[in-house]
Design a protein around this ligand. Structure first.
Ligand code: GDP
Length: 365
């Protein structure tokens, strides 16, 4: 369930963005033979300059990045919650992801029609986000019916029904679950865990601009950013078309290209890194001569669980971990130097792995 779903109105640049992500996946696919390629899913390497720095010291045969799953959720249109278009099926795809990348059209182009016939990011956002709220209302109403029946028999159901009723009133004002006042209430959390409310997911807005919009923030982007600030969401400005062209370029060419445009980092890369962070993920590293590699963990995982990402047996047979912080590994030019400087720590089962730790696990077979 730890993925990112791409949503947005038709003709805003979802497919173009998804194609760019898919190309980024394919460029690296030799490194990810375990990933089955699915038409609506891209398993995308997370840009991480630290891997290159580690590789400079270790000289491995290959480098492997952490990945984020992006899912293309086309077909979310006005009326989807009422069964319009491909409707509810798509809404259930959104239920599966933790983060939503909401693509918003911020470019003018007379040749590319807009379903609402004009460019207006805030209206577009309201259309999509209302559908998510309506879908939540439907789910919640079904649940409330069941709860009311159960409440006559069980106390627990009574408490759930109360919070559900309050949430229902909140949604009635067409406000998202994310702004519900009682999100800390354990009964709310139980409901959210079961129903996986669509309007409670973390949102990243992708402001799709044209090339001119990359150079100078246009009025649509300004409006979107103002809105995002109010609701506490992130905005990444990108030109999907440029991104799609750029993923085909060599690293150096791409950098040159960005420089000409006066941009520091491609919007697509920013989105990938931001998504990784918003999913609550982190990377630890292993640095061997065969490969320098980032391993994806959930923030807060302890050493044995983190080790299981490499191999299941590592968790069962875990003895201890040898840990060098990334900065130390770089400063003392590798494992030997770090050891000599006393920078290698031995950590046990309770150690919470930190982003950037260079790890070596000791385990029983
Ligand atoms: P979707 O329906 O949201 O998946 O939108 P598409 O990705 O298919 O894009 C719709 C049309 O807009 C296509 O013709 C794209 O080439 C075009 N398009 C996408 N991104 C941009 C952009 O950044 N600038 C311009 N001018 N056109 C774009």
């Amino acid at each position: 369930g730890l993925g990112v779903g791409i949503v947005g109105l038709p003709n805003v640049g979802k497919s173009t963005t998804f194609n760019a992500l898919t190309k980024a996946q394919n460029a690296e696919s030799a490194n990810y033979p375990f990933c089955t390629i699915e038409p609506n899913k891209a398993v995308v390497p997370v840009p991480d300059a630290r891997l290159d720095e580690l590789a400079k010291i270790v000289n491995p045969e290959r480098i492997q990045h952490s990945t984020v799953d992006f899912v293309d959720i086309a077909g979310l249109v006005k009326g989807a919650s009422a069964g319009e278009g491909l409707g509810n099926q798509f809404l259930s795809n959104i239920r599966e992801v933790e983060v939503i990348l909401h693509m918003v059209r911020c470019f003018e182009d007379e040749n590319i029609t807009h379903v609402e016939n004009s460019i207006n990011p805030l209206r577009d956002i309201e259309i999509i986000e209302s559908e998510l709220i309506f879908a939540d209302v439907q789910q919640l109403d079904k649940k409330l019916d069941r709860l009311k029946r159960q409440a006559k028999l069980e106390k627990g159901a009574q408490a759930l029904a109360e919070v559900a009723t309050e949430l229902r009133a909140h949604l009635d004002e067409i406000k998202p679950v994310s702004t519900f006042a009682k999100k800390d209430d354990e009964n709310f959390q139980a409901l959210d865990k079961e129903l996986r409310f669509l309007s409670n997911k973390t949102i990243i807005y992708g402001a799709n601009v044209d090339e001119a919009g990359l150079l100078e923030e246009n009025e649509h982007v300004k409006a979107l950013k103002a809105h995002a600030k109010v609701v506490g969401a992130d905005v990444v400005v990108l030109c999907a078309k440029v991104e799609e062209e750029m993923v085909a370029l060599e690293e150096e060419e791409a950098e040159e290209f960005l420089k000409e445009l006066g941009i520091e980092e491609s919007g697509l890369k920013q989105i990938i890194r931001l998504a990784f962070e918003k999913l609550g993920l982190a990377s630890y590293f292993t640095a061997g001569i065969k490969e320098v590699r980032a391993w994806t963990i959930v923030k807060g995982w302890k050493a044995p669980k983190a080790a299981s990402v490499i191999h299941n047996d590592f968790e069962k047979g875990f003895i201890r971990a040898e840990v060098i912080g990334y900065d130390d590994f770089i400063a003392y030019k590798g494992e030997a130097g770090s050891k000599e400087a006393g920078k290698m720590r031995l950590e046990g089962k309770e150690y919470v792995v930190q982003d950037g730790d260079v790890m070596h696990f000791r385990f029983n077979v």
